[in-house]
Design a protein around this ligand. Structure first.
Ligand code: F6P
Length: 321
């Protein structure tokens, strides 16, 4: 009877539970024993593992977060940490490990696999959308919808007070949350870590909006941007006659019931992971390309790069004229 493990690692993301559910139920369907590892790699090191059954993943599809809990582990990348992690799997005779997480988590899985020969599967679980091998990561769609809801609410009050609102979003070093929410939320400006910010350009855009009669201005600022928010606020307050407010969405973007798209992506990635393992295929990173579920060699997947979509970036400017 094949034994597989599943863990969630790094920042949690809406849809992780849907992926865990698919892994467990498809694993049981293919006569595997599925073991849930708590708190990511920390739990693996500590042996915090429990057998999961079909009822273990009941009533979680719609829930954000992860029933397995998650963590960022500084211990795992160390020799001692990986040794302990390997011992946990070896003692339980777990042959393969499914890791649901972001860039760092999947990279850890690859290194672990190369060092100990454990089969791994990587599922892209992060709101950041910063894994280039897949068009979308699990959690990104829900996070975007959360930001769009916030933008809609902020537009109301910004119009009432004729204010400029700066909305800071997550994404670590990736600007996709800012870019995609900016263009679909009708922002005048998006500030992205991938593109050097220009205070004069921001001023021009806001001044143009005020001059054309806009009742409010919305600027979406990704957290990884080099411009200091205080400097941006000061500049706008000095050079325009509008008050400026900052709204940091922070962890709101990490919670909430997963959207249809995230539930679908998560479920299909979980299904694919188990089916590949059933067929003796391992060390793959699973994701979506052009609407289809795909899998790549995990090392090759993690080498892939993807820049910002400059057509969308330009679209923000044109569409907010
Ligand atoms: O990786 C997801 C993410 O939400 C990033 O966008 C953000 O910078 C980071 O996690 C925050 O990390 P933590 O939850 O450890 O504070």
């Amino acid at each position: 009877m094949k034994r597989i493990g599943v863990l969630t690692s790094g920042g949690d993301a809406p849809g992780m539970n849907a992926a865990v559910r698919a892994v467990v139920r498809y694993g049981i369907y293919y006569d595997m024993e599925v073991y849930g590892i708590k708190r990511g790699y920390e739990g693996l090191i500590e042996g915090d593992v429990e057998r999961l059954y079909r009822r273990s993943v009941g009533d979680i599809l719609q829930r954000g977060g992860t029933i397995l809990k998650t963590a960022r582990s500084a211990h795992f990348p160390t020799e001692e940490g990986m040794e302990k992690a390997y011992k946990t799997l070896n003692d339980l005779k777990i042959e393969d490990l499914i890791v649901i997480g972001g860039n760092g988590s999947l990279t850890g899985a690859k290194v672990f696999s190369e060092k100990y020969g454990i089969g791994v599967m990587g599922l892209p679980g992060t709101i950041d959308n910063d894994l280039a091998y897949t068009d979308y990561t699990i959690g990104f769609d829900t996070a975007i919808n959360t930001v769009l809801d916030a933008i809609t609410r902020i537009r109301d009050t910004s119009s009432s007070h004729e204010r400029t609102s700066i909305i800071e979003v997550m994404g670590r070093h990736c600007g996709d949350i800012a870019l995609y929410s900016g263009i679909t939320g009708g922002a005048e400006c998006v500030l992205l870590p991938e593109i050097d910010g220009d205070l004069d350009e921001v001023y021009r855009k806001v001044a143009e909006g005020i001059g054309s009669g806009k009742l409010h201005n919305i600027i979406i600022k990704a957290e990884g941007v080099g411009i200091e928010t205080d400097e941006l606020i000061k500049m706008l307050r000095e050079r325009t006659d509008r008050d400026v407010k900052l709204i940091v969405l922070s962890y709101l973007q990490r919670g909430g019931s997963p959207s249809f798209r995230d539930r679908m992506l998560a479920t299909q990635c979980g299904m694919r992971a188990v089916e590949l393992l059933k067929n003796g295929i391992e060390n793959r990173a699973i994701g979506e390309r052009d609407g289809h579920i795909v899998d790549f060699d995990i090392a090759e997947a993690l080498e892939m790069t993807r820049g910002i979509d400059y057509d969308l970036y330009k679209g923000v400017d044109v569409l907010s004229m």
